[in-house]
Design a protein around this ligand. Sequence first.
Ligand SMILES: NC(=O)c1ccc[n+]([C@@H]2O[C@H](COP(=O)([O-])OP(=O)(O)OC[C@H]3O[C@@H](n4cnc5c(N)ncnc54)[C@H](O)[C@@H]3O)[C@@H](O)[C@H]2O)c1
Length: 381
Amino acid sequence: MNKSSVRIGVLGAGGRGTLARHAHHPGQGSQVVAACDLDLAVLKTCHETYGDQLRTTTDWREFLHFPGLDAVMICTPDHLHEEQALAALEAGLEVYCEKPLAITIEGCDRLLAAAARLKRKLFVGHNMRYMDFTRTMKQIIDEGTIGTVKAIWCRHFISYGGDAYFRDWHADRRNTTGLLLQKGAHDLDIIHWLAGARSVKVTAFGSLSVYNQGGRREPGTPGSAEFDRTHWPPLEQSGFNPVMDIEDQSMMLMELENGVLASYQQCHFTPDSWRNYTVIGTKGRLENLGDYSGRARIEVYTGRSDRFAEPDRIYRIPEPEASGHGGADERIVAEFVEHVRTGCPTWTSPVDSRHAVAAGYQATVSLRSGGTPQIVPGLTS
Ligand SMILES: NC(=O)c1ccc[n+]([C@@H]2O[C@H](COP(=O)([O-])OP(=O)(O)OC[C@H]3O[C@@H](n4cnc5c(N)ncnc54)[C@H](O)[C@@H]3O)[C@@H](O)[C@H]2O)c1
């Protein structure tokens, strides 16, 4: 497709679906022309954002067949991605699907096969690849500064876990598989990207150890995942989802196809929120302190010191100029639109998205079966 303006519909327009505003540039190459959401209040807000000419519906199947649509941004809960993205591809639309691509390995493989068969674009919302701190780490590695990568460790602190993941649909594993996949898909993708290979074997431990002690809301009453800083400390919280069968902390080990070993730790009841990556190569190591929320830096150690030492080089990450995950949301949407228009290469890869889901899925199998190691299947074709 090489057209002057891409006509976009957003499916699941509340919550993350507000991302579509970055694609709304009437007269400048792309425009949001349709929205679908079950919530009428969300559709009313969409009319205010995108104008009176916006077509809306609560029926996603009808929405996918609105005349004149070129592309759809799917921002509904995870368990809907597979069915809705498949239907969108079959309707001839180019697809932006939020992460995770699907909640099973088979679901991802079905989507990859459909996109190939139907010759449609399948672009997954791994916005972490568009953050300054991850790109700087990738650049340092690609320049060979720390030699050949052999080990990657990621610690993921999440202060808002009790708000975002334990009060609504996320808390029910039928909608997500679990948070190693749901939330971890971002970091597993970054680990694979920095290492240059996918996971082939994983093992994990995890538990639901804090939020299961809090009170639940009545079944049938609406849950809110709004962040609220007064929700602290973790053991004083309540209002949780009636069904809660996901883990609030997990620790995962990975063996990658190229021999790199990696670990990923995720905790949902920390006071602060950020990710700390350490990448160790044959000539040194790097580590980020802070991520996209300002004052972040990458420290690089390349000289030997037999004690705690000052880094040999510091890369300062600029203060984000735009909101939305440090400007990453604006960048990823701009690239999706350009990809639809011109077929330009992208920083994300649907196959890599599948590999992140596969690692997170098999790690979840492992942690729910006493930590037994699991092979991560590759693509069959
Ligand atoms: N890349 C990122 O940084 C990022 C950040 C947040 C969320 N996400 C992803 O975005 C997706 C949505 O997450 P969220 O937190 O916004 O969820 P949410 O529950 O806040 O919002 C989902 C929206 O979809 C609507 N919806 C649900 N079922 C629908 C259906 N059948 N038809 C039409 N609309 C429907 C809901 O009414 C709601 O407005 C998830 O897959 C999540 O993983 C990605």
